[in-house]
Design a protein around this ligand. Structure first.
Ligand code: FEO
Length: 394
């Protein structure tokens, strides 16, 4: 298949991976993903920006052969993770005169992870420019979105920027240009939640920087190319903003329905107070949906049954996930039920501690909730209402 031209001798030479169902062995993928690679043909030199996920290397090389791209002078590694740098050794074999251009941190990574020989790498500096003849590549270091080795490559004359993982989406396509839709927005948000949210303040900074650059197109390393950069930049501006939305996330695991009954009651009461809720069944639901809800939530209330004198392990798992994703939530609490005894809260409170949430008094009951227990839940709803009011989201 012929490479699709993106703009003026810049071609898409990446691949879809429609069958991939999970990324990082963590968050399910609804639409597979793409590993984007870009061929940039200058009047004198040719560069490939980012390469391919190792299991796709043969297919990638086959496509490069079919398109008879001739010589390659530079392989640009914007980031060392193997879904983008994994095929560098194979490319160096195919193009023995090519040299890898990358930043010092990424150089270290590809030497360690892919055994790329040091003599095949030229380390570049932040802001350095490399000429391809009628095109100039400018390298912009962007540590923290999402690895310390991440950088962007800006193609000056065409005013387009390759942003590596930043602003990407796990999405596949037949035409590389983004069709703006709710489906794409959802995939981009799921991707942001899992990959970028832990680095929210850095994302804020680079969103602003790229907005101010006024680029014509954004070429990320997963998902479609944005001809209208405002589509994805405006979404990032919203997701990375400091202010949460009037939303309570309720992840729960309930063995005999008692915890669930309290979560349902809390959700109902919060809705009556004008607060949106997102109930999440920890055992059956999709972790990606939870991660997306955490992008906006002001409050997290976890529901858990007692298992052997402690919280259910699946609830602890979700608390740990929430802690490492570092959402902007401000408040938290816990609801749960036990059979014969134990402590429901300590492990979860300690696990969530890095988020520095304002803890609302938790509720632990024995067995099935009584009317008195439901009254305590109603009180919790009132407290959450006051908390949301106090930060101006109600
Ligand atoms: Fe898509 Fe950080 O790799």
């Amino acid at each position: 298949m012929k490479f699709q031209e993106i703009k003026n001798n810049i071609f898409y030479c990446g691949l879809n991976d429609c069958d991939r169902r999970i990324f990082d062995e963590l968050i399910p993928l609804e639409h597979g993903t793409s590993y984007n690679s870009y061929l940039v043909k200058g009047s004198e030199k040719t560069a490939i920006i980012d390469t391919m996920y190792p299991p796709k290397t043969n297919e990638y090389l086959k496509r490069l052969n079919e398109n008879q791209i001739g010589k390659v002078d530079y392989i640009i590694a914007n980031h060392g993770e193997q879904d983008h740098s994994g095929s560098i050794p194979a490319l160096l074999e195919k193009f023995p005169n090519a040299i890898v251009l990358t930043n010092p941190k990424c150089a270290e990574n590809i030497k360690n992870m892919l055994h790329v020989p040091a003599e095949k790498i030229r380390e570049i500096a932040d802001g350095e420019e490399v000429s391809l003849g009628d095109k100039t590549l400018k390298f912009i270091f962007a540590p923290g979105v999402h690895w310390p080795d991440t950088m962007f490559t800006y193609i000056k004359e065409d005013n387009v920027i390759c942003t590596c993982d930043f602003l990407g989406a796990h999405y596949t396509f037949s035409d590389v240009f983004a069709v703006e839709s709710k489906e794409l927005e959802k995939s981009a948000k799921r991707y942001y939640a899992e990959i970028m949210m832990p680095f929210r303040t850095m994302c804020q900074r680079y969103t602003k920087m790229i907005k101010e650059m006024n680029v014509d197109m954004i070429l990320p390393s997963h998902g479609p190319v944005y001809k209208n950069p405002a589509f994805i930049l405006d979404l990032y501006e919203d997701w990375t903003s400091d202010k949460p939305k009037n939303l309570v996330v309720l992840p729960y695991v309930s063995m005999y329905n008692s915890t669930k009954e309290m979560i349902d009651r809390l959700s109902e009461k919060l809705n009556e107070e004008g607060i949106e809720t997102f109930k999440f069944d920890i055992v059956d639901d999709d972790l990606g949906d939870l991660a997306m809800a955490l992008v906006d939530a002001a409050t997290i209330v976890m529901g858990t049954s007692m298992v052997l004198a402690g919280p259910h392990p699946m609830a602890v798992n979700v608390a740990y996930l929430a802690a490492i994703l570092r959402p902007k939530a401000k408040f938290a609490s816990i609801i749960g039920s036990y059979g014969w005894g134990g402590k429901l809260f300590d492990v979860i409170v300690n696990t969530l501690a890095p988020l520095r949430l304002d803890l609302i008094d938790p509720i632990q009951i024995k067995g099935k909730p009584t009317e008195d227990d439901f009254k305590k839940v109603d009180e919790m709803a009132k407290t959450i209402f006051e908390k949301h009011k106090s930060i101006g989201i109600l």
